[in-house]
Structure formats: structure tokens, C-alpha cells
Design a protein around this ligand. Structure first.
Ligand code: SF4
Length: 463
């Protein structure tokens, strides 16, 4: 399962803004490994440099030195809408002369196709297949005169999830959709301001955390300082997967550090699904903290049974069939001496399609594990995500097709326990009504009827 993107913005006239953006994107690499880009402005001209690959592969001293200016925005991409190709890298530059802007987007626009058709009829030409360009052209198409009201106009028309950084020649904007599906926070750095998907990016560049940008809010930063324009509406829908898996465990979202939240998920699993076992392990790295929590609450010793190759990112070099057959072995290597003859509790973040988990169980059994008891932090995922998480269609979701005992047999485990929705909320320790949990419950915070109708039609044509 993949999140869609990491975004960043900085307004700091006395700083090397491109370099700051590079290191912030480096800290946000976990949110997207397909492409990276930075745009800057010196008040006269916007420049952008973007390419396919990891942040460290895309930029060099030479490319950074070309990106001069006082304001910058940056983007790490994992494609959800729009295919993986260089034209779809971000930030995207649109407009002409004083109406030029650069935009970076994290999320997914549900009514993008409808808006695309409408804007095309008005004569807007699209150069990418992303919904980000739809947002950008919608802003440009606004009859309003100033950027702030142009953005407001677009927000009234957009449906879906969007956290944005937008840059013009003289201003930086941070924008979050009215439900706040994806996170966005504000910080301060010597003589300036920063905006980032996660607080860990602020820590890495020596910026201090100021606050979350609220759902529906626009923050505008110019040489007059910072202004905030709050949104309307009271319904909230922060993606709970930020707490389970997407965000880095050293990030703080809504005042809650993620590491202890993940530990508490493991503790909750130990309370809901106790078992006699010799060893507990969390699948590295996403379930390491939850594994510690399970061990702590169950008093079963914690150990490491799988080592992860941490340098496996997205690669554009296709493995040959022999290597492909090794499956998860590319990513994990078991430690037979630790596992031989043991009754093992394995804590993982989630099961989506159920393609990886059977391979992990097989790997552990081949290494001599006597019993494998899977414990999963995310409740069963029965509904697809329409808000930018590249998950699966409903037909592909294993929990939409099988019961828990059937999934246990399918993955080859001795027992299987999913954390309950209430157990998850207890672990996160924040009010339930601020979250989107639609992939567990089917209760979407934003109307998704159009997309649901399309899926139903797809299903009918396949069945
Ligand atoms: S449907 Fe699930 S993955 Fe998508 S935003 Fe909601 S909680 Fe997150």
C-alpha cells in the first residue's frame, strides 16, 4: 500500500531555499519514491527542476545551484492518478507572466475528470495526466483578481483530498482540504516560514514546529508576514493510516507522536488477541514499534526474526524471473538461529491484497518457526480508498472477499488477529470523529458516489 506524495514549501529570503527543500524532501522520502522536484522563485522568474527517481538521485550540486530565490516548494511523488512518467513529475508550473504559479499536491481529487472536461472546453490545454494540473488550471480559470480568492474559488469546486503548497513570484501558500484528509504543518526557520507534510521534515532542517494547518485553512506568506484564512465546515476526515503506517514514527500529527501511538496498537493487539508464544517480532520498519508494544503488554520476549534490506526503494530495473520468484526475499532475510523451533507472534501494519503476507509466513516457516501468529494493527480493509492511497479495488481486497478464518488459512498462519476499530482509536488517543476510517467501515467523509458508481459498472462488466 502506498501513500501518494510528500510536499514542502519554504519562504526564507536569507536562506538557500533550494537546499533546505532538498533536505526536507529527503526526510519525506517515505511518502513517495517515484520522482522528486523543486521549484524556486527570485521574485521575477519561477524555475523548476524535477526528474524520476529518489531525491538523492534527482538532484546534484549543479542542479540545486540553478534553483535560486527566496521561496521554494518541493514534491516527492508516488503516482496514484496519472501514470508514472517524467511529464507527471511535480511541482507543476502553469500560467504566464505575472499569473505564473507552481503547485505541489498530496491527495486525490474525486471530481477531477469532470473538471478536466469543463476546463478543456474552456480552452485549457493539459500537459500531464495528473489531477494536480486540474487544480492548477482551476485556480487560473477563476474570475477572481487575486491569488487568495482564486485559490478559494478552486476550493469551492474541488472534491476530494488535497494538501497543497503553491508558489507565485511573491508568495507561498499552504492549503488543506476542508476534511483535512492528508496532514500539513507549519513551522518557522531563521527569518522565514516552512510548510511540510510531516513535522519530521522540519526537524531535519532545523525548523521549529508551529502548528498544524487546519482543515480548510489557507496560509499565505509574503514579505508582509504570515496570514491565515480559516475554512468552513466541521466534518473532519484525517486518514487514520497516517498513524498506522504512512507517516514517520518521529512525526507529530495532532499533537500525538506516532511512535507511542504505534506501540499502543501493539499493546491493544496483545489485549485483544493473547496467545502462548516464545517470541514477538514486528515486521520492520513499519510495525517495529507495535511489536515492542505487544511484547511489553504480553511479557513475551521481543526479538528480530527478519532483517530488512533498507535500501530497497522503487527501482526501474526489472528483476528477472528467478529474482522475482524470490518475492519478499529481496526485501527480507530471515534469521534461522533466532526462529528455529519458536512459537512466534508477528505484528504487521496491515493486510491489503494478501499477496505479501503468505510469502512472509512461508519465509518464517522455512527458517524453522514452529508456529506463526499474525497480529495486524489495521482492522480488516474491506472498502477501497478514493483519497490518494494506492490500495486496491474492492475485488482485490482480501478482507472484502474472505472471512478472518479464511484469510488465516490463505496466509498459512496458525492464528490471525486484527486490531478492532475501537482498539485502534484507543491507541491513537484522539477523538474518533476527526478521522477517515472509510476503508474499514465504508463510511466516507466526502461523497464518493460518482466513483462508487463507476466501480459498480466495472464490476458488472467483469462479472
Ligand atoms: S479510506 Fe482508508 S486509506 Fe483512504 S483516506 Fe480513509 S482511512 Fe485513509
Amino acid at each position: 500500500m502506498h501513500e501518494s506524495c510528500g510536499i514542502f514549501g519554504v519562504y526564507a529570503p536569507s536562506e538557500d531555499v533550494a537546499r533546505l527543500t532538498f533536505f526536507a524532501l529527503f526526510a519525506l522520502q517515505h511518502r513517495g519514491q517515484e520522482s522528486a522536484g523543486i521549484a524556486t522563485t527570485d521574485g521575477k522568474k519561477l524555475r523548476v527542476y524535477a526528474n524520476m527517481g529518489l531525491v538523492s538521485q534527482v538532484f546534484s550540486e549543479d542542479s540545486l545551484s540553478q534553483l535560486t530565490g527566496d521561496i521554494a516548494i518541493g514534491h516527492n511523488r508516488y503516482s496514484t492518478r496519472g501514470s508514472s512518467r517524467i511529464a507527471n513529475t511535480q511541482p507543476i508550473l502553469v500560467g504566464k507572466g505575472s499569473s505564473t504559479m507552481a503547485i505541489a499536491h498530496n491527495g486525490n481529487i474525486i471530481n477531477a475528470e469532470h473538471l478536466y472536461e469543463e476546463l478543456s472546453e474552456q480552452g485549457y490545454v493539459f500537459h500531464t495526466s495528473t489531477d494536480t494540473e486540474v487544480i492548477a488550471n482551476l485556480i487560473l480559470s477563476s474570475p477572481e483578481k487575486d491569488w487568495l480568492n482564486k485559490i478559494r474559488y478552486a476550493m469551492h469546486r474541488l472534491q476530494g483530498a488535497y494538501s497543497l503548497t503553491i508558489m507565485t513570484n511573491h508568495a507561498l501558500y499552504g492549503v488543506r482540504d476542508p476534511f483535512g484528509v492528508r496532514p500539513l504543518c507549519l513551522g518557522a526557520i531563521d527569518g522565514g516560514y516552512v510548510i511540510a507534510s510531516e513535522s519530521c521534515a522540519l526537524d531535519h532542517i532545523g525548523a521549529s514546529f508551529t502548528r498544524e494547518i487546519e482543515p480548510g485553512e489557507i496560509v499565505s506568506i509574503t514579505d508582509n508576514g504570515i496570514d491565515s484564512y480559516p475554512g468552513e465546515g466541521s466534518k473532519r476526515g484525517l486518514c487514520i493510516f497516517e498513524y498506522i503506517y504512512f507517516a514517520r514514527p518521529d512525526s507529530v500529527i495532532n499533537g500525538r507522536l506516532l511512535y507511542p501511538a504505534r506501540q499502543a496498537m501493539g499493546e491493544g493487539l496483545a489485549e485483544e488477541y493473547p496467545v502462548d508464544a516464545d517470541l514477538v517480532m514486528g515486521i520492520p520498519d513499519s510495525a517495529t514499534a507495535a511489536g515492542i508494544g505487544y511484547s511489553h503488554r504480553s511479557e513475551i520476549p521481543l526479538g528480530e526474526g527478519l532483517l530488512k534490506n533498507r535500501y530497497v526503494g522503487r527501482t526501474f530495473i526489472e528483476p528477472d524471473q528467478r529474482i522475482r520468484d524470490l518475492g519478499v526475499k529481496l526485501k527480507f532475510n530471515p534469521l534461522p538461529q533466532m526462529l528455529n523451533g519458536k512459537r512466534l507472534v508477528v505484528v504487521d501494519d496491515s493486510i491489503v491484497r494478501g499477496t505479501t503476507t503468505p510469502q512472509v509466513v512461508k519465509l518464517l516457516r522455512r527458517a524453522g518457526t514452529k508456529e506463526v501468529h499474525m497480529r495486524i494493527c489495521a482492522p480488516p480493509i474491506r472498502y477501497p480508498c478514493f483519497f490518494g492511497v494506492d490500495m486496491a479495488t474492492r475485488r482485490e481486497l482480501i478482507a472484502a472477499q474472505k472471512t478472518v478464518p479464511e484469510i488465516r488459512d490463505f496466509i498459512g498462519a496458525d492464528s490471525l488477529g486484527y486490531l478492532s476499530v475501537d482498539g485502534l482509536i484507543k491507541a491513537v488517543a484522539l477523538p474518533k470523529d476527526i478521522f477517515c476510517m472509510a476503508c474499514f467501515t465504508g463510511d466516507y467523509p466526502i461523497p464518493v458516489q460518482l466513483e462508487m458508481d463507476k466501480l459498480a459498472l466495472e464490476a458488472m462488466s467483469v462479472d
